[in-house]
Design a protein around this ligand. Sequence first.
Ligand SMILES: Cc1cc2nc3c(=O)[nH]c(=O)nc-3n(C[C@H](O)[C@H](O)[C@H](O)COP(=O)(O)OP(=O)(O)OC[C@H]3O[C@@H](n4cnc5c(N)ncnc54)[C@H](O)[C@@H]3O)c2cc1C
Length: 228
Amino acid sequence: MVAERLTRQGLDVVIVDREHPGHGSTAASTSMLLWEIDRPLVELAAIYGFERAVCAYRASLAAVTGLLSLVRSTNVSSEIRAKRSLYLATGSSTAELRDEHRLRSRAGLPGDFLDHGQLLEIFGMARAAAIVSSGAADADPLQLAHSLLRLAVARGARSFDAEAIAFDPAGAAVTVGFDNDREIAARAVVLATGYAMPDIVHSRVQAVSSSWAIATAPQPRFRNRWRR
Ligand SMILES: Cc1cc2nc3c(=O)[nH]c(=O)nc-3n(C[C@H](O)[C@H](O)[C@H](O)COP(=O)(O)OP(=O)(O)OC[C@H]3O[C@@H](n4cnc5c(N)ncnc54)[C@H](O)[C@@H]3O)c2cc1C
């Protein structure tokens, strides 16, 4: 996905993977492209305030919508299907889920509240309540990754099989050294290493606090990199 995005911007891209691409955590994925963040909006809003929490939820929804339209518009040989998601109440009370639905509605996020009877009738599930939402998707993760990789390579990206064993961001260019004694100097390096944070990278701008998402304070040099 990263290589597709960067080649779309016309950048000179080199992809390096020590395994066959996609055979890391991508191959293990259960294929669900959900925009609902693991933390309910109510909880996130209590921590960060309504506006920032909604921003995270909207960004997540836009990511799935963007992936759907990318696959459809670029005609890559990968199937992606729009799906609904069902967010189930965990206990016997419906109050928490009603609050969640109310807040999502206020944020303009999609979703309908289903009470016990509606949930049982439509989905055959006996829970107190649920929120059914549009905007999710599923796709074969390996097929999708390979299709996007082929697209990036067709646009000029070069793909190499090697392990990065040295990393030096101190100069004007970032230098990465490999186990085959080769070295690459680049203006920017994107670490798309799945759940593995290479121990050669010692960063002062970010720290891993969750394997789910990594965020830094805005980096002025890259302000426009991921904008559409
Ligand atoms: C069991 C499971 C289920 C999941 N289910 C879902 C789901 O339903 N929906 C969802 O959205 N996400 C899911 N995920 C998460 C999702 O699979 C990952 O977030 C995603 O695949 C990460 O893609 P990636 O390309 O960054 O990493 P990967 O596919 O792991 O690729 C990273 C590559 O970098 C290589 N690498 C690492 N270090 C170096 C180095 N020093 N030099 C060279 N190469 C290196 C690795 O060997 C690997 O091949 C799931 C993950 C797991 C494990």
